[in-house]
Design a protein around this ligand. Sequence first.
Ligand SMILES: Nc1ncnc2c1ncn2[C@@H]1O[C@H](COP(=O)(O)OP(=O)(O)OP(=O)(O)O)[C@@H](O)[C@H]1O
Length: 565
Amino acid sequence: MASPEVAMLEALVPGYAFFSRFVLSYLHIDLGAYLQHLMLLALFGVSVKYVTKYVSDFVMEYLVSTAEIRLDDEIFNYFMYWISRQPHMKQTNRFVVGLKSNGYWSDSEDSDDEDNFDADYEVDEPGSSSTADSFDDYWAKVIRRDKYKPLRITPAEGRHYIWYQGRPLVIQRRYESSSASRYVLHNERLYISCLGRDPSIIRSVLNEAQNAYVQRDGVRTIIHRGMRPYSGASYQWCRCMARSPRPMSTVVLDQTQKDAFIKDVKEYLHPRTRRWYSNRGIPYRRGYLLHGPPGTGKTSLCFAAAGLLGLKLYLLNLNSKALDEDGLSTLFSELPKRCIVLLEDVDTAGITQTRGKTIVEGSALTSFPVEEDALDEKGPQDPQTGGVTLSGLLNVIDGVAASEGRILVMTSNHPEKLDAALVRPGRVDMTIAFGYTSEAAIEELFTSIYMTMDGDLPRKAPASSRAPTEEKEAHDPTLDRHREQDAKMEMALHDRIQTVQSRIPDLAKEFAASIPKHEFTAAEIQGYLLNHKTTPEEAIKGADEWVRETRAKKRAREETQQNNA
Ligand SMILES: Nc1ncnc2c1ncn2[C@@H]1O[C@H](COP(=O)(O)OP(=O)(O)OP(=O)(O)O)[C@@H](O)[C@H]1O
């Protein structure tokens, strides 16, 4: 039986008994003779371990401030974006390298484009500098830049030390294990610590990170989409793109309707209105229904409104079977205080099935037949099959727990299919009908396509005015010939655009006269004009032919649809 000293040593240093036997049989040293020394050593070691832990816990508790950042929060993105651009990251020896600086939102489409967006303009346009004279040069640069994307370096798992404003900061990246890790590569958290109980330095670093991110966005309209970031996850808003704002003037719509819409949205956003609602106990929400055939400008109006008001746009497709009522209410509860939520094509979602049967001709808000609200509060869909039910949608729009402050825009191609409950006042407060183009709308579309706008023309004098350098000629005469041709084309385009400008109003009238009214959508006309982007006269000449062809195509499509029905 082992002596109490040996038992104690075994407790302090697990495996001591085995180790001492090993030393005795192979090295013929009896550790029993040094038991007291070994005991002291073991006790010392254990005390050091406990003291170190105690001291470190004490320091962390009382002398260090720490901020925790979760992966599903946008600040995670801000910080990763910021740190990937810090010079310290070039010196770190443990890092995650990728073409994107973030982990969580990188699933979203187009996130890569966001970084390249401005870079496209940074590459000199053809004819705008002494170094890039032709489209070929410009394109070669763009392609090269796209191939060799800059590496984004972020700290790897573990601790990293950085200096910020003369003070040391500890960044710790930690991967958490959870049931979700089966589906997602990393569920992670970031910890930023600084010495002292005053966390203001952490706040400044996070503010700087946020500023860097927000500045990169500039005036662009940020679009979030309700989606599952990875299979098996719950629905979340993922930032999917940032687009240049669309000027309201480029949306062709009856001016009275457009003005009424903008006025209504602005009035709603006014702080006085919020107070007014709250004083009267009315839920502070506003809903809009934009309806009309596909390609008539419903989404464009919503996008332009987001740009005009600097609001973020939250897109949601209700058609997904995977989106259930819990997912929908989580999404709505996570909306920021001020934003535009766009539910596109609500008529195609399963929610169009009605809660009642009685058809009522017209309604106070809409000029189309709607169905009377019935007593049956149960949604039409079988919960087993998934998807959002009408009652689920109504609850998130204006149920007791529905969020306030957001602007809800629903678009529909078939408003007559929508349940009356969905479009009743309080859920839909304004309806805008989009239709086929009128004569005035055709003129407006034509003008918006051919009127010169900022950045349409080459920024500097085309390169043809400059003599090619000897070096270039000696190197590649074919390239120089291309450059010259491109420069001439740029010049010709420049001149053509300028000379035609004064005639645009007359040409617009001529074009509008050759297109039948109320037959084509703005998208169809825009599509046609884009084929003649720089030659308005050609567009006018080909208008009759285009009308004939488009009619024939539409007829053929209708016949096929009828045959399939
Ligand atoms: N009224 C309009 N004014 C300016 N551009 C328009 C208009 N209508 C359509 N367009 C152009 O047509 C394209 C499609 O427009 P948009 O997506 O806004 O149509 P929509 O009515 O939302 O279509 P859908 O019902 O299929 O979603 C866009 O490129 C847009 O620029």
